[in-house]
Design a protein around this ligand. Structure first.
Ligand code: KIV
Length: 267
């Protein structure tokens, strides 16, 4: 498709049985490259805090940081649908805060949709944002902003009671008007069941092969995050090795006086 993708295109893909591809991006050059490759949706994830800014988790990320990164992504004019994450404390306090901060990500950042974490307990918040015509992607299962409640990044929904709660959460966010839902860190059979029971697309990460689409963090597929390596991540390239080789060669050539040579100088 050679035109801008919208939430309608994404929803049609579920109906057509076409898998939806999603990657995170936080800047202009990565966005340009992945958009040229034909990615369907780009998520400015609050994972930016971990893989880009070096925080221990996503909790310190602010709305200002998200706006900054969203603007950088949007400047690449991607055809992919652009979704910005709502960071911790930007929607949990009350619905008015949630509406203002979602509005900032759209108005100042240029996002076309926002994502927030939580199930039935954030349904009213989702409804309030959708009511101001901002599409919302929900995010249930392993929700990284709940790291302290979960006691770490642990697979959710393994026990039947927990699984039923996640199914209820998925239905609640669909009912609240979310256009899609991220399923993170849940057993593949539960993800399959949720996908079958919802009419909106499910986007999996650590949720097996039966979701309508998949999302991964760009730094993870490129081998650029040495802090952690979850089972669900597949490395498609080794940018670490590429950068190490280029930087080492540069250092060696400058030290030896080989660079800059005449070809890289002005006469
Ligand atoms: O912050 C993020 O990048 C995310 C995805 C990995 C789902 O929420």
């Amino acid at each position: 498709m050679n035109r801008k993708k919208t939430i309608l295109d994404i929803q049609k893909m579920k109906a057509a049985g076409e898998k939806i591809t999603v990657l995170t991006s936080y800047d202009y050059p990565f966005t340009r490259i992945m958009d040229d490759c034909g990615i369907d949706m780009i998520l400015i994830g609050d994972s930016v805090g971990v893989v880009f800014s070096g925080y221990d988790n996503t909790l310190p990320v602010t709305v200002d940081e998200m706006v900054y990164h969203t603007r950088a992504v949007v400047r690449a004019r991607p055809k992919a649908l652009v979704i910005a994450d709502m960071p911790f404390l930007s929607y949990q306090t009350d619905v008015r805060d949630a509406r203002l901060n979602a509005g900032r990500l759209v108005k100042e950042g240029g996002a076309e949709a926002v994502k927030l974490e939580g199930g039935a307990h954030v349904a009213d918040t989702i409804r309030a944002i959708v009511d101001m015509d901002i599409p919302v992607m929900a995010h249930i299962g392993l929700t990284p902003q709940s790291i302290h409640r979960m006691g770490g990044y642990k697979v959710q929904g393994k026990k039947e009671e927990q699984a039923q709660r996640l199914l209820d959460d998925a239905k609640a966010v669909e009912e609240a008007g979310a256009f899609a839902v991220t399923l993170e860190g849940i057993p593949l059979r539960l993800a399959e069941r949720i996908t079958a029971e919802l009419s909106i697309p499910t986007i999996g990460i650590g949720a097996g092969p039966h979701c309508d689409g998949q999302v991964l963090v760009i730094h993870d597929i490129l081998g650029l995050c040495e802090k952690y390596s979850p089972k669900f991540v597949k490395r498609y390239g080794d940018a670490n090795a590429l950068i190490t080789s280029a930087v080492s060669s540069y250092i060696a050539e400058v030290k030896k006086g080989e660079f800059p040579d005449e070809g890289h100088s002005f006469s």
